[in-house]
Write a protein that binds this ligand. Sequence first.
Ligand code: ADP
Length: 194
Amino acid sequence: MILIFVGPPGAGKGTQASLTAKKLNIPHLSTGDILRDKLLDQDSLSSKLKNPMDSGNLVSDDILNEIVANRLKLPDCQGGFILDGYPRTMSQKIFLIDFLESHDLSISKIINLSIDEKIIIERIKSRSNIENRLDDREEIIKTRMIKYLKETKPLFKYFRSKYPNDYHIVDGNQYIENIQDDIFKILKNDDLQP
Ligand code: ADP
């Protein structure tokens, strides 16, 4: 099963994707987590990541596409995977669709976690006390939101029209457990054991 979790920063994609991945026993690929790991390597790649990530801007599509393609070729992805934080731009979407088609794969479901924009800043700020992410400062969150609205949100129209039966909007304002329930109800019909 191939799932894509989309939604604004702070919507809880990471939490929900991780719980779902455990339940389905497939890997959870968060491009944010992968990039934060790569940042620690302090090599030539990490120097290209630091500025855009710290300032809330997007890392270049070429870097992301290469990272994702390499990751998807690994053996643990052969039984399916969850993408969280990718694709985030039109060019990433085109790359992913081409990659999947050329490997005879198709997207099973797209889960769009929607959340009231006024809750986002509060949520991210309370998370920042725990995770200590540089990009969780209020002015940087605003840049991340602008990028999301300009680059990522326009992709949803495409997803909705290309996958009308597999594109689902889930209310991300609820408690974690209730969001999980909603996601499992969506997946249950096809893929989860009762
Ligand atoms: P968010 O809470 O904003 O969804 P993530 O952990 O997914 O945070 O991503 C953190 C940062 O990593 C982003 O602000 C961006 O700089 C970079 N990043 C993650 N995924 C991508 C992507 N698909 N394309 C470009 N940059 C990305």
